[in-house]
Design a protein around this ligand. Structure first.
Ligand code: KIV
Length: 294
């Protein structure tokens, strides 16, 4: 699966058009848990742009347009200022660039917590404008009613429990959760509540490993870990983190590349060529036709 695609900017379609590939479905993702622990862990990465979606899609089961795009793409201090407009624009781009993965779009802060009706209005807009298969929202027991409301109306919901970044002000930071007995029990109850409410899967973020193992064993839907445990039913990372785009690597991230180094080296080589008039060369310029060729 190493075809290189280019983007036809007039249609926003990949070129060549990839061979028709059946897209995975929500029931197929959900069913991976049916035999108890998921035999082959589910693979999920974030994607925000069409080209990244094209590159990641053949390797993933799910692509997530995370509201982490606030920090990664827009340089915002947290996910809190992210808007529905941003999620719709990037979600549509990722759907255009993918053919195989289930595409899940994050609901931004403030777009769903008010009531199940508010959540339905926001989620249905996201699904209609992007073509994604599911939405993700943060919260445990407090969101159970909303998850049931959306699921009963044709909107597949991925829940997000444990460390929930949209609640950073209430939590006081991004540290791992579940270290106290009370918090451990509350997060386990959150996970059971969202599964019982009808979430088809859940992200479990930033919790002690025993809690991650306990949640995975206690619910009958796939648990996708990030900063959790290898025993979860799948894993997700922010793609730019695992590619090494940032200086800081959080503890739960494994770096699979040095994108920052690659980009910096390429930019330095380009700058040196421009300053030395070594770029463009004859290969990169258009030569005027001679009169005799016309
Ligand atoms: O916003 C995001 O990228 C996420 C993942 C880290 C799970 O929610």
């Amino acid at each position: 699966m190493s075809t290189t695609f280019t983007l036809d900017t007039s249609t926003s379609r990949a070129n060549p058009t990839p061979a028709p590939m059946k897209r995975l479905t929500i029931p197929a993702i959900r069913a991976r848990k049916d035999a108890g622990a998921t035999a082959e862990p589910l693979v999920m990465l974030t994607a925000y742009t069409v080209r990244m979606a094209q590159l990641l899609d053949p390797h993933c089961d799910m692509l997530l347009i995370g509201d982490s795009l606030g920090q990664v793409i827009y340089g915002l201090p947290s996910t809190l200022p992210v808007t529905l407009d941003m999620m719709c624009a990037h979600g549509a781009a990722v759907v255009r660039g993918s053919y195989h993965s289930v595409v899940v779009v994050d609901m931004p802060f403030g777009s769903y917590e008010g009531s199940p009706q508010q959540a339905f209005a926001s989620a249905s807009r996201v699904m209609a404008e992007t073509g994604c298969a599911a939405i993700k929202l943060e919260g445990g027991q407090a969101m159970a009613e909303t998850i049931a409301f959306l699921s009963a109306r044709g909107i597949p919901v991925m829940a997000h429990v444990g460390l929930t970044p949209q609640a950073v002000n209430q939590l006081g930071g991004y540290g791992a959760r579940g270290r106290s007995q009370a918090e451990y029990a509350r997060i386990l109850d959150d996970a059971k509540a969202v599964a019982d409410a009808g979430a088809f899967a859940m992200v479990l973020e930033g919790v002690v490993d025993t809690l991650a193992d306990g949640v995975t064993a206690s619910v009958d839907v796939p648990v996708i870990g990030i900063g959790a445990s290898a025993q979860c039913d799948g894993q997700v990372l922010v793609t730019e983190d695992m590619l090494g785009l940032f200086e800081r690597t959080p503890r739960f991230v494994k770096r699979y590349g040095d994108m920052a180094g690659f980009v910096g080296d390429a930019a330095a080589a380009y700058a040196a060529d421009v300053r030395a008039r070594a770029f463009p060369t004859a290969d990169q310029i258009y030569v005027a036709k001679r009169k005799s060729d016309a």
